[in-house]
Design a protein around this ligand. Structure first.
Ligand code: ATP
Ligand code: MG
Ligand code: MG
Ligand code: MG
Length: 482
């Protein structure tokens, strides 16, 4: 069977369509729900239906939803399975079918339609969910040693601090069945397992005071990561090497003149980060989010800046094709757009505008970086002169390294590298002290909004009247003033 990303998506939707589900389009990355920053899961467009606020149009539906998770930003390129942008395949029941059907179909889809060997699929259930445990054991026939009871962190799903939620049951793929099935096998061990499908038994509404109110109807909300199931079925070592993303990496490799296969770990990570971030940026801009200093726009800006820096670390100059004053991200974006047909058909129609936004943002950021280079040059000159005079070893102060980082967006690794080339060391302890000071000050003086799934609600509360003050790329926090 065809295991291309496009056909996996189609086969999933057809599987549920032939079981009575209405195929609906992906919603925008900008949710209608005003309490949420970005679309983090397939269920978001159905939140009012789950809560019983809006009557259901159909008893059950299936979608391929584009998603953004900024809480996974630091995982991008580090784990084999996390992206900021990914597609979530989902089947949903609005008071129609419940646990039994959801579990059976998930199993049938995984082992039959997708052909995963049954002995490689492990499942988890919420610690006290005996009903789900029994269904897996008795109706599906999964041996008990491959059914794990897990706690709230993994097996109780909530889309935010409030809203519809419930216990969940997840499917994991085992890359190393030869390691056995002792009691102490840990599904969180990502050298062995990958979580690919989450079935949420959505039966509560979590209120402001954290109370779980039973919903009028019992719902099903599921999410299967397209890039993850593609990794499994295409038998590649990570999501990035699937046909959904690798063509983008190939294009970046070409611009950087490096080969992915022989690249070192750091270069490989940079290639993955740029590919991931450009997917996110293209789809966010297509959904109307332009780079800016606040809220959603700041997510786009941060992703572009990170991609520019990674390009620099790969040695990409200018547009990567000889024009040193040019931008390289537009070429990467073009590749992303070529692959967009079944993810969002609007993207191609908006291509010119998307590419132009990206070009301008890249060039603008590069100017800031260039100014920083001049400042760095001067600071190194001063440090060398001072060392000459006092007959000490030349060292750039933590304050200066911080100024470059904070004002000119200069990652401290770049500062250190350039300084070293000139025989100057950097006072890293001093730099850390400055970082810590800023962190403390900003926490005291302003509202620090963490861009995580859990905190999305908080940030939107502030969106209307916030002013961007700076950011801290290490902890992925935007610091905004309300
Ligand atoms: P993980 O534990 O691996 O971070 P999760 O438990 O946070 O995943 P869920 O909230 O259960 O993920 O989302 C449902 C499915 O969506 C996951 O099982 C996975 O297949 C996919 N998914 C979640 N986050 C990501 C991501 N950052 N990149 C790619 N796929 C993802
Ligand atoms: Mg996660
Ligand atoms: Mg998980
Ligand atoms: Mg999960």
């Amino acid at each position: 069977k065809d295991v291309s990303g496009d056909s996996i998506r189609r086969r999933f939707l057809e599987f549920f369509a032939s079981r009575g589900h209405k195929v609906l389009p992906s919603a925008s990355l900008v949710p209608e729900d005003p309490t949420v920053l970005l679309t983090i899961a397939g269920m978001l467009q159905f939140k009012p239906v789950f809560l019983g606020k809006v009557p259901r149009q159909v008893p059950c539906a299936t979608t391929a939803q584009r998603c953004i998770r900024t809480n996974d930003l630091e995982n991008v390129g580090k784990t084999a399975r996390h992206h900021t942008f990914f597609e979530m395949l989902g089947n949903f029941s609005f008071g129609d079918y419940f646990k039994k059907e959801a579990i059976r179909w998930a199993w049938e889809l995984s082992t039959n339609e997708f052909g995963l060997p049954a002995n490689r699929v492990w499942v988890s259930v919420y610690e006290d969910d005996d009903e789900a445990f029994e269904i897996w054991k008795n109706e599906v026939g999964v041996p008990v040693e491959r059914i794990k009871r897990m706690g709230e962190a993994d097996n109780f799903w909530t889309s935010g601090p409030t809203g519809p939620c419930g216990p969940c049951s997840e499917l994991y793929y085992d890359f190393h069945p030869e390691r056995g099935s002792d009691d102490d096998v840990d599904l969180g061990d990502d050298t062995r397992f990958i979580e690919f499908y989450n079935l949420v038994f959505m039966q509560y509404n979590k209120t402001e005071d954290g109370v779980l109110e039973p919903l009028k109807q019992k719902n099903i909300d599921t999410g299967l990561g397209l890039e993850r199931i593609a990794q499994i079925l295409q038998k590649v070592p990570n999501n990035y090497e699937t046909d959904l993303i690798y063509p983008i990496i190939a294009k970046i490799s070409e611009l950087a003149n490096v080969s992915y296969d022989s690249a070192n770990h750091q270069a490989k990570t940079s290639l993955k980060v740029i590919a991931d971030h450009l997917r996110a940026v293209v789809y966010l801009i297509s959904d109307g989010v332009l780079p800016s200093n606040i809220g959603r726009g700041y997510v786009v800006r941060r992703l572009i800046r990170r991609a520019v820096r990674k390009g620099k670390s790969l040695g990409i100059n200018g547009d990567g094709k000889g024009n040193l004053k040019g931008a390289f991200l537009p070429t990467v974006a073009e590749r992303v757009i070529e692959l967009s047909t079944y993810i969002d058909s609007d993207v191609k129609l908006k291509a010119t505008r998307i590419i132009e936004e990206i070009r301008q943002e890249e060039l603008h950021f590069k100017k800031t970086l260039e100014r920083g280079e001049k400042v760095l040059d001067q600071k190194l000159h001063d440090a060398l002169a001072a060392a000459d005079k006092s007959e000490t070893r030349p060292c750039l102060s933590g304050k200066d390294a911080f100024l470059l980082y904070d004002t000119y967006g200069f990652p401290v690794e770049i500062t250190t590298e350039v300084a070293e080339e000139r025989g100057v060391s950097v006072d890293m302890n001093g730099f850390e002290v400055e970082m810590e000071n800023q962190r403390r000050q900003s926490q005291a003086a302003h509202n620090v909004v963490k861009l995580t799934v859990e905190d999305d609600a908080d940030i939107t509360k502030n969106i209307a009247d916030t002013e961007f003050l700076g950011y801290d790329s290490l902890s992925a926090r935007a610091v905004v003033k309300s």
